[in-house]
Ligand binder design. Structure first.
Ligand SMILES: NC(=O)c1ccc[n+]([C@@H]2O[C@H](COP(=O)([O-])OP(=O)(O)OC[C@H]3O[C@@H](n4cnc5c(N)ncnc54)[C@H](O)[C@@H]3O)[C@@H](O)[C@H]2O)c1
Ligand SMILES: O=C(O)C(=O)C[C@@H](O)[C@H](O)[C@H](O)COP(=O)(O)O
Ligand SMILES: [Zn+2]
Length: 367
């Protein structure tokens, strides 16, 4: 099977996203794309036993150290990030060294953030090992950690030098984690590519069976969309916020339930349903469009309802969202399927109604 390449065009910070089977064993590809002679691989207690040795072997004659972090969203903290910095210092790595993130989005976000901070910024490479990380988190340079009161609250924009997405490593991923990654693919369809929604409907079986071709298409198309958006608006001054569809609601769910009980992709799935519901209340999406989203999410075993954390609690948590401007929560809403808009002038009745419907136990019926 061929290697696909998607380029992200950011001037001097441009980089390739390489997608294909068994890339972590491809010594010549790694030699071409990972230039640093001194590397610190950041991984976790689940991924390292599966893939660290293989990757180290393929990296050839360099100085390669590693740091293995505890696994889980609850460990996406400043404390874990400090362990990476400790390892960089212990291994006496300098500005010519690079960090290599081997893991899912949690590892990628933390390793990237450590690279952004260490000696005011060193290179890093993403080797994403979850579907979610391959279609989304390894691309675009958002790095960071959670705060107990708000998701991804501490971080930096720092682009990787390269993304190496080995699609075969997805075979060992737990079913729930794999499905959570599909939520972000559905997101790309919802915000930018209605044809991707058609493809997801037609290819659900193949994608769930983890067929190579289906995975290659899903990863490539998602990366193309994300790369195009990030190339226009690297630091989320405007357009990039559409990549946040469902996230303002979803992050409230993740924070309120304690990081890790709801997977990020699951919270995004529920959040997209709420965003669709609100879009319908504003006269944008048709009921049939909302029902289509729900059917698609259900097809992939993703949640279409939110936990009852209370509308007021949800609103409070959403007030800490990074898109808040002049005290107003900006939301990504859907004028139609395949098109998203960042909206601040929605009616508070529409938001209240959607929050009550999904977050209050006795919320009136919605879609
Ligand atoms: N920076 C961004 O643009 C961006 C985008 C989307 C999500 N995120 C962040 O990404 C995180 C979610 O990422 P995730 O869904 O990858 O979760 P994750 O990193 O927690 O990985 C999920 C689980 O799968 C395990 N795992 C990883 N690869 C495996 C493999 N190949 N085989 C077996 N097990 C494997 C992990 O150890 C973990 O237990 C969240 O913190 C979210 O905020 C960031
Ligand atoms: O890359 C982006 O921009 C995104 O919004 C992608 C999201 O899927 C991702 O979860 C991101 O980490 C959310 O960013 P945040 O700024 O809302 O924390
Ligand atoms: Zn996300």
């Amino acid at each position: 099977m061929n290697i696909e390449q998607v380029d992200i065009d950011l001037g001097v910070r441009s980089y390739p996203i390489l997608i294909g089977p068994d890339l972590i064993d491809d010594e010549s590809l790694l030699a071409r794309h990972v230039q640093a002679r001194n590397l610190l691989i950041v991984s976790n207690t689940t991924v390292a036993p599966l893939y660290l040795q293989r990757l180290q072997h393929s990296l050839g004659e360099r100085r390669v150290g590693s740091v293995i972090l505890p696994d889980g969203e609850q460990h996406k903290t400043l404390e874990s990030m400090a362990l990476i910095i400790d390892a960089l210092i212990e291994q006496r790595l300098n500005r010519d060294a690079a960090v290599l993130a081997l893991g899912g989005g949690v590892i990628g976000d933390m390793a990237g953030f450590a690279a952004a901070c260490y000696q005011r910024g060193i290179d890093y490479v993403q080797v994403p090992t979850t579907l979610l990380a391959q279609v989304d988190s390894s691309v675009g340079g958002k790095t960071g950690v959670n705060h107990p009161q708000a998701k991804n609250m501490i971080g930096a924009f720092h682009q990787p030098r390269c993304v190496i997405a080995d699609t075969r490593v997805l075979r060992s991923l737990a079913e729930r984690e794999y499905r959570a990654g599909i939520a972000e693919i559905i997101k790309y369809g919802m915000i930018h590519d209605a044809a991707l929604l058609d493809w997801l409907e037609q290819s659900a079986e193949a994608l769930l069976a983890r067929e190579d071709e289906a995975i290659m298409y899903a990863v490539r198309r998602s990366c193309e969309i994300k790369a195009a958006v990030v190339a226009i608006d690297e630091r989320e001054q405007g357009l990039r916020a559409i990549l946040n569809l469902g996230h303002t609601f979803g992050h409230a769910i993740e924070t309120a339930t304690g990081y890790g009980r709801w997977l990020h992709g699951e919270a995004v799935a529920a959040g997209m349903v709420i965003a669709a519901d609100m879009s319908r209340r504003l006269g944008w999406l048709h009921e049939a469009d909302c029902e289509r989203l729900i059917r698609l999410l259900r097809r992939f075993g993703l949640p279409v309802d939110a936990p009852h954390i209370g509308a007021q609690r949800a609103r409070d948590l959403m007030g800490l969202d990074k898109k808040v401007l002049d005290g107003r929560i900006r939301l990504v809403l859907l004028p139609q399927l395949g098109q998203a808009q960042v909206v601040s002038d929605y009616t508070s009745e529409a938001l209240d109604a959607s929050l009550r419907a999904y977050f209050d136990p006795a919320g009136e019926r919605r879609i």
